[in-house]
Design a protein around this ligand. Structure first.
Ligand SMILES: [Zn+2]
Ligand SMILES: [Zn+2]
Length: 258
């Protein structure tokens, strides 16, 4: 059976119809938990068992504490949240610290909590039902990873938030049957200094980093800054290397099948 990745949010910011990064895999796994999670019904939210976080930035984690508070008591098992050790430590220290939000890893009891936190490492491959999740390298201003999801049919890969990262492109070569590749491009070329400073891509740095991939792979662009999406996409399509790949802007509500 193919898997479905529903794009709940993929913007670099908020605004009318814009949601931050959150991707729903089938009905039970979230990749990041940005503001897009808030569009799900309670019944849909209850079904989420596992969350894989790319990094600790607010636009990717903001719905973790709110989701757990909304559905924890309706579930019969904890929501399991996975991330790098630094990401999990940041959640414990800065979110579930009984100041910003209650420590749901001990509520209602330490034996049967609403939330369980787990660490993962680069290169790990985790099996979740029929899907394999591979932890991919990323290069960002905090510890960060990307993820690949492999089904019996094919693979979808996602950079998370990242600037140029040669190891990501090396890792892509090892994935079986790559069908969809989601790459962030946060800034226009005019803001290339900001892109470099914050370890995000702009069209120029993406075209310089881009490594050849199978022509059949569909390239999707995410994390576009609000109000700059058209400009970023037109700059990407002006790059000879990237235009060949016909990159498309990812939009909330879209479903990728693989
Ligand atoms: Zn970030
Ligand atoms: Zn982000």
């Amino acid at each position: 059976m193919p898997s479905h990745l529903r794009i709940l949010g993929c913007s670099g910011g908020i605004g009318k119809n814009l949601r931050t990064t959150s991707l729903l895999l089938d009905d039970d796994v979230l990749i990041d938990a940005g503001t897009g999670v808030g569009d799900l019904s309670l019944d849909q939210m209850v079904k989420i068992d596992t969350i894989f976080l790319t990094h600790s930035h607010l636009d990717h984690i903001v719905s973790v504490p709110l989701l757990i508070d909304s559905v924890g008591a309706r579930r019969d098992k904890p929501i399991c949240v996975f991330g790098l050790p630094a990401t999990i430590a940041a959640l414990q220290q800065h979110i579930f610290n009984n100041v910003i939000w209650p420590d749901f890893s001990k509520i209602p009891s330490a034996e049967r909590p609403f939330l369980k936190l787990f660490t993962l490492n680069l290169g790990d491959v985790l099996t979740v039902g029929t899907r394999q999740i591979t932890v991919l390298p990323a290069s960002h201003s905090v510890a960060a990873v990307g993820y690949a999801i492999t089904t019996e049919q094919s693979t979808l890969a996602f950079t998370g938030d990242s600037g140029p990262c040669p190891a990501f492109w090396d890792a892509l070569q090892t994935l079986p049957g790559l069908k969809h590749l989601i790459i962030e491009t946060s800034f226009t070329d005019k803001d290339h200094v900001l892109a470099d400073l914050s370890s995000h891509y702009c069209p120029l740095s993406l075209s310089q980093s881009f490594q050849p991939i199978d022509p059949a792979v569909q390239l999707w662009i995410s994390h576009l800054k609000p109000g700059q999406a058209e400009q970023i996409m037109s700059e990407l399509n002006r790059s000879e290397r990237l235009a060949k790949k016909a990159p498309k802007a990812l939009i909330a509500g879209q479903v990728l099948v693989f």
